[in-house]
Design a protein around this ligand. Structure first.
Ligand code: 5GP
Length: 187
């Protein structure tokens, strides 16, 4: 029988560097990742079915009602959710399964007592976060302002609820953060 795999939840504000961390982890053998569903518009360069399953709002709501998502949450006016079945299949096959989700979704997983390693990647400060979002060039100024506001709330939520994340990692240096996450997954 294959050993049970491990769920790794990676959370943190938009622009903190969690997608870069996840991209590095995805290169490794034995690691699979969740493709979330979302109602937000596709960004240039994104691929449907790879970056996200892009759904109409009504389709997302119908699927949520049918219980197709392990967790789902509203973020900045759009819905985002984790399809339930790929995770169960990957863990049964002994894989490390990565979820990149925001804080409200993480809370739902904790409430359901889903076992896993829960990590929060924080930016060194909000100015650095804003800078990264601006440099990325994928968001409008209004969207960036909203994401920075949400980031403040997420950082407070992650820091004030000890039961939510196992580790909070401040992403000063991407390579060092990736190494730290790899160590935590191995341990
Ligand atoms: P973005 O629009 O930048 O791709 O994602 C916005 C936020 O939604 C990010 O914090 C991202 O991690 C989060 N997110 C992506 N997929 C999911 C999901 O399936 N569930 C939840 N709760 N959040 C998600």
């Amino acid at each position: 029988m294959t050993a049970q795999g491990k769920l790794v939840v990676i959370s943190g504000p938009s622009g903190a560097g969690k997608t870069s961390v996840c991209k590095a982890l995805k290169q490794q053998a034995g690691v699979e990742f969740s493709v979330s569903a979302t109602t937000r518009a596709m960004r240039p360069g994104e691929i449907a079915g790879v970056d996200y399953h892009f759904l109409a709002y009504s389709d997302f709501e119908a699927r949520a009602k049918r219980g197709e998502f392990l967790e789902w949450a509203s973020y900045n006016g759009n819905l985002y959710g984790t399809p339930r079945w790929p995770m169960d299949a990957a863990i049964a096959r002994g894989r490390t399964f990565l979820l990149e989700i925001e804080v409200k979704g993480t809370k739902q997983l904790r409430e359901q007592r889903v076992p896993g390693l829960y990590l929060f990647i924080a930016p060194p400060n909000l100015a650095a976060l804003r800078e990264r979002l601006e440099r990325r060039g994928a968001n409008t100024p209004a969207d960036i302002a909203a994401r920075v506001r949400i980031a403040e709330e997420e950082i407070v939520a992650a820091g004030s609820d000890q039961a939510l994340y196992d580790h909070i990692l401040v992403n000063e240096d991407l390579a060092a953060t990736i190494r730290r996450v790899e160590e935590l997954i191995r341990s």
